[in-house]
Ligand binder design. Structure first.
Ligand code: BGC
Ligand code: NOJ
Length: 843
């Protein structure tokens, strides 16, 4: 098969005229790093520091920002989204040669001085950015130590000159006044609130501490200071940007404590470096919260800076820094150790082993709240998003997945519906970004089932959980799941399909909005009559989730519920068969007038990808040829070199009866881009049909590593999935947008590991049921599961008779493909022999 760049040869050039084959870095698989070798990547290529408590976003040129728990309410540093030049504000460092007055940023930004050497290594939870100019090498490793609410910038400065160097070093952050929304809008107030203090080498940001806040930030340095700045204007000078700070140019700071304005933290350090000498300098930016605020000598509330410094100063020692970085690396090795594979295909292995798993963990931590594309002030943890995100990391972090499921359930409503999001700081659900998405509750069932299949921990089902709209009404999680299912069955439309409400998974298919007012957001506009428009997607999702719920009920011995739900699933299945099938593919929906959407009767929006994935995933159409026919249609009409389009033909004009989907230009976002999230659904559907080659092919087209060779076209980071890739209706077809925080991560991971490689948790144990393309002869994997480790060897070979697959565990053949559950802390060897025939298609 021709390689991706060969296949897309028709493009020739990327968007900026550079060769479409351009790479900006390479994977260092052994170190689990992506190494960027030039700073001017098409977009800032970012990484995440920390976990869900203390989070930093960092670009390959040190741009980004930091927050504690909630990107809106506890923002430590400012970031300028949508700024020119891109990636405004970050963790800036300037070096100044005292002999010549020349100054530069060893991370390239913000001075953008041409460096003699540059390299950024994005690793798991850290970024190490190195820049050399005129023989002075500076490498800075940025990371958040485990379980700490602080970030370290650990610098290593080396003088490669033959004579000694006299240098000034400046660090710079711009503090955010905590509430990022207010900070960006309410200037009449917040230009008069800023407060800072300086104690030795520690700059304290204490805005509003004297009134209601009990938190403050510190920015510390391991060296004695030659000076400091606390006000942006004093540091930069009026009418200057971060690229030419006046204090750096001058080589001296004002050393004044400012009030109001824009508080910054700038350290000035003087260094003499002998020829060949290396010196380590450490900066620490930290968040502090005090339960019982301290008082100063006059009795006023004041941050306990001494205590804060005692906590932070240990991290100013290089030895402690090294220890913390090692612990971080070990942490990730341990987490990723839940599943490691060796297929011999680097695009597969490095995504599964490192980057896709890591992206799943990051996305689990921050949901859709904070990235370069999510401002951090708009969205908290999304209900459907978080439920899907945990599918990709429940095997790595089962305890946190458990807690998340319970948190999500507690934002469920008594009606069985759900708040669409909740804020991480308060864990209270809210409708700020809309409500009435009728698919929402079903994802809770699916996520809980995934947790049970992974862990076998049925105790979660009996956990008492309150409701988002009635904190007193506590019921078991199991009852919550039943309410979720009943929410759907209580809301069926004229065809017996689920009512869509505001929208389903496709947020932009707004069949009940009919909005003509440009000032009302589609996601929150009030809805018209919601009793007609129906979703085939929700019908498929209902079958998918409730197949599991039926099994959960059966295992609990709740026969009445089991029977009731089984009947509900059968009815839904029949409804899809009778009114959800369009002849060659699954219909998408019925609109508010009862007209078909996603049908051959439509001139635009004839074929939507989502139901073609979810229905076969739920087992619909597997036996009657419909799923196969639907995948043929997808292949024929939606397939591009860059992945599968969400819908074709795209909508050319705004259609009020369809809503936001038709508001996007054709080829963008929900209007016919490659909305990556849906592609793994087709991979899974293909695996269910035993179509191994198709599954592999679809998975590879959106695989970031596979697309690395066309970085100049793709533009986003080649190590993580993006939400969307521009579709073929638009001139920049192939260009990815909105990287990092996307449900694509979890589904791509599930599709690759559970369906292509076939290492799939079930209620009864781990099954090994690969669906491998013909040129893959086998693979090896190590999987931790329910208290044991499986050392898995899969190979294609001669399987006698019609056995299909032979599985041996510790040398002995087993019945079927589900491995015994051991719970013994031991490692067990599993040999799986696949016949030469294509895979059968899983039940
Ligand atoms: C986007 C969707 C997103 C929704 C909610 C829409 O504008 O197109 O992808 O899910 O907003 O934020
Ligand atoms: C992104 C949203 O976060 C997700 O919830 C939604 O399903 C997709 N967009 C598709 O609209």
């Amino acid at each position: 098969m021709p390689s991706l760049p060969e296949r897309i040869g028709f493009m020739g050039k990327g968007l900026s005229g550079k060769s479409a084959r351009m790479r900006y870095g390479r994977f260092d698989d052994a170190r689990r790093e992506y190494v960027i070798h030039r700073p001017d990547t098409p977009l800032p290529w970012i990484n995440y520091l920390g976990d869900d408590t203390f989070v930093g976003i960092i670009s390959n040129t040190a741009g980004g920002y930091t927050f504690y728990r909630d990107a809106r309410l506890r923002r430590l540093t400012r970031y300028r989204h949508n700024a020119a030049p891109a990636d405004g504000n970050g963790r800036y460092i300037y070096l100044r040669d005292e002999a010549t007055g020349e100054y530069w940023s060893p991370t390239w930004r913000p001075t953008q001085t041409q460096l003699d050497a540059y390299e950024c290594r994005h690793g798991l939870g850290y970024a190490a950015i190195a820049g050399t100019l005129g023989g002075i090498e500076a490498q800075t490793t940025y990371f958040v130590p485990l379980d700490e609410t602080l970030e370290i910038w650990a610098m290593r400065l080396t003088n490669h000159r033959s004579e000694s160097a006299s240098l000034s070093l400046f660090s710079a952050v711009e503090f955010c006044l905590w509430n990022a929304h207010d900070d960006a809008t309410n200037f009449q107030r917040n230009l008069n609130t800023g407060e800072v203090a300086v104690a030795s080498s520690t700059i304290v940001h204490k805005t509003e501490y004297r009134e209601r806040r009990n938190h403050f930030a510190t920015f510390s340095c391991s060296e004695p200071l030659a000076g400091f700045e606390t006000q942006r204007d004093a540091f930069l000078g009026p009418y200057r940007g971060w690229d030419r700070p006046q204090a750096v140019e001058r080589g001296a700071t004002s050393n004044e404590i400012g009030v109001g304005g824009s508080p910054v933290g700038v350290h000035h350090v003087r260094l003499e470096l002998q020829p060949g000498e290396t010196k380590r300098v450490v900066f620490v930016l930290a968040y502090h919260e005090e339960e019982f605020p301290a008082r100063d000598s006059s009795g006023r509330k004041a941050p306990d800076v001494d205590a804060a410094r005692r906590a932070v100063d240990v991290f100013l020692r290089p030895a402690r820094v090294d220890e913390a970085l090692t612990a971080l690396r070990e942490h990730w090795e341990r987490e990723l150790g839940a599943l490691q594979v060796n297929t011999g295909v680097p695009d597969m292995d490095r995504m599964v082993n490192t980057w896709n798993a890591y992206q799943c963990a990051v996305t689990f931590n921050v949901s859709r709240s904070a990235s370069r594309y999510e401002s951090g002030i708009g969205r908290g943890i999304g209900f459907r998003d978080a439920n899907q995100d945990l599918l990709g990391c429940v095997h790595m972090i089962p305890d946190r997945a458990r807690a998340r499921i319970l948190d999500l359930a507690s934002t469920q409503l008594v009606s069985g519906g759900a708040y669409h999001q909740y804020q991480p700081l308060t864990r209270q659900g809210n409708d700020e970004i809309g409500s009435g998405f009728n698919d929402d509750p079903l994802w809770l069932i699916y996520a809980a089932a995934a947790y049970l299949k992974e862990t076998g921990d049925t105790s979660i089902l009996d956990e008492p959980v309150p409701y988002g709209d009635d904190r007193e009404a506590s019921e078991s999680l199991y009852d919550h799941l039943l309410r979720a299912a009943d929410y759907t069955t209580a809301r069926l439309g004229p065809h017996g399909l689920p009512l869509i409400g505001r929208a389903d998974w496709n947020d932009c298919l707004n069949l009940n909005s009919h909005s003509s007012d440009p000032d009302e957001p589609f996601q929150t506009v009030s809805l018209h009559d919601t009793d007609v428009a129906e979703s085939v997607f929700i019908a498929g999702l209902f079958c998918l989730a409730c197949n599991d719920l039926v099994e959960i009920a059966r295992r609990r011995g709740d026969e009445a519920t089991e029977r009731r739900l089984r009947t509900a699933v059968e009815r839904m299945h029949t409804a899809i068969d009778t009114v959800g099938w369009d002849g060659d593919w699954f219909l998408r929906a019925y609109d508010a007038t009862g007209a078909k959407i996603g049908s051959r009767e439509n001139a635009e929006g004839r074929l939507f990808v989502e139901p073609q994935g979810i229905c076969p995933m739920a087992g619909v159409g597997l036996d009657d040829g419909r799923a196969a026919s639907a995948l043929e249609a997808v292949d024929r009409d939606l397939s591009t070199d860059h992945g599968l389009l969400l819908v074709q033909p795209a909508f050319q004009a705004y259609r009020p009866e369809l809503g936001e989907i038709s508001s996007y230009p054709p080829g963008y976002k929900e209007n016919g881009s490659i909305f990556c999230h849906t592609n793994p659904w087709i991979v899974i559907a293909a695996c269910r049909l035993g179509q191994a080659e198709r599954a592999w092919d679809v998975a590879m087209r959106i695989n970031p590593s596979h697309r690395e060779a066309i970085s100049e076209v793709h533009r986003c980071e080649p190590y993580v999935y993006a939400q969307t890739i521009v579709g073929r209706d638009a001139a920049d077809h192939g260009r990815a947008r909105n990287s990092w925080l996307t449900g694509t991560a979890a589904w791509a991971y599930v599709a690759a590991t559970q369906w292509i490689l076939g290492i799939r948790p079930t209620f009864n144990g781990l099954t090994i049921d690969p669906c491998l393309p013909p040129d893959l002869d086998g693979f090896e994997a190590v999987r931790r599961y329910r208290g044991a480790t499986y050392d898995i060897h899969v190979e294609r070979g001669a399987v006698p008779g019609d056995a299909g697959v032979i599985v041996r565990v510790d040398g002995d053949p087993i019945e079927g493909q589900i491995l015994p559950v051991f719970h013994d802390g031991e490692t067990h060897t599993v040999h799986v022999m696949l016949g030469h025939a294509p895979c059968e298609g899983a039940p």
